[in-house]
Design a binder for this molecule. Structure first.
Ligand code: NAP
Length: 312
């Protein structure tokens, strides 16, 4: 029978663990903290900033809200990063991108203390990830691993090490922030790892790979990319994609809201209802991987705090 993985419950479980560890640190006079760095007023960045603040409050972390005007120079942004690097209340720094065009991502990210780079933006930490060394794994890829590890322990009743070793894992998508680090994290766990992308699709080779996957991880940002014909019977499917799509009824007519506008909804890259029955386990969208992602960021901040105070 298919198991729909309860990512919301996993996210809550992780938050409880973080809260417990934070209390223990606070008893020693140490409080972990996250600083966000916003330059200008990008809408998506402001939304994300608000979420980070909320999660910090929930976890009992310090939160520092650094905002610079859109006209700030690159030097001023780098200076702000250096101040946060030196601030003992800040364990982790989150630059909220996109920055205004005149600010180089590269210059800002390279000025972050590598021990405060909690979403693994810095090339040093990406290098460590590639080498399989301890680092801050980026939040979304770390969420995928956390979901699979907890599934292995609780549902499959196997040690995560045995779960990954030799498993046929196929990743769809190879972006630097999601697909590629996911592939590195599973490769570092000795999975037989294939990475597919838009060129695999263009050559008509996507299905050849995905149907061989024991574990299929999809991060392409294309609604409906994966249907039942792309999935092996009994596979575990992790859908990272988040897409907004228009809603139509069975006759193909647009479904309207009370204001007369066409309704839209959030879906993943996998046709959930059509694929579900074929799988051993699957994550939904919404309430899927995204429910764990922010928690992994908090976990990284906790780790950064322990590194800072030399208790790790
Ligand atoms: P991205 O930078 O646009 O990368 C998408 C990747 O998918 C690229 O490697 C692209 O290949 C590949 N791709 C596109 N169309 C494809 C196709 N038809 N067949 C095979 N591969 C295809 O996006 P991203 O930042 O990696 O994010 C991927 C998805 O995850 C998005 O939907 C995003 O919203 C979602 N996301 C979710 C979370 C979460 O917490 N759940 C967090 C971050 C992102 P090429 O590079 O060769 O074009």
């Amino acid at each position: 029978m298919t198991k729909v993985i309860d990512c919301v419950a996993i996210g809550e479980e992780i938050m409880q663990e973080i809260q417990e560890e934070t209390s223990q640190l606070k008893a020693k006079g140490i409080t972990p903290g996250i600083a966000t760095l916003l330059v200008g007023d990008d809408f998506g960045s402001k939304m994300y900033r608000g979420q980070v603040e909320k999660f910090c409050e929930e976890a009992g972390f310090n939160y520092v809200n650094k905002i610079l005007p859109a006209e700030a120079t690159e030097e001023q942004v780098k200076e702000a990063v250096l101040e946060l690097n030196a601030d003992h209340e800040v364990s982790g720094i989150l630059p909220l991108r996109p920055f205004p065009e005149h600010i180089s991502d590269y210059a800002v990210i390279n000025s972050i203390d590598v021990n405060k780079d909690i979403d693994c933006f810095h090339p040093f930490n990406m290098g460590r990830l590639t080498l399989g060394e301890a680092t801050f794994p980026p939040a979304t890829p770390a969420a995928v691993i956390e979901i699979l590890e907890r599934f292995a322990r609780k549902e499959d009743k196997v040690d995560p090490k045995d779960f990954f070793e030799g498993a046929e894992i196929v990743v769809v998508g190879h972006s630097n922030t999601v697909g590629k680090p996911i592939a590195l994290l599973v490769l570092n766990r000795n999975a037989t790892t294939s990475v597919t992308h838009v060129f695999s699709s263009m050559k008509g080779n996507l299905e050849k790979h995905t149907t061989g996957a024991d574990i299929l991880i999809v991060a392409a940002g294309k609604a409906g990319l994966i249907g039942p014909e792309q999935v092996k019977e009994g596979a575990i499917v992790i859908d990272v994609g988040i897409n907004r799509v228009k809603v139509f009824d069975e006759k193909g007519e647009p479904v309207l809201n009370e204001k007369g506008k066409q309704k839209s909804k959030t879906v993943g890259d996998v046709s959930f209802e059509a694929v579900k029955g074929k799988t051993k386990a699957i994550t939904p969208v919404p309430k899927g991987v995204g429910s764990v992602t922010n928690r992994m960021l908090m976990k990284n901040a906790l780790k950064a705090c322990k590194i800072h105070y030399k208790i790790l």
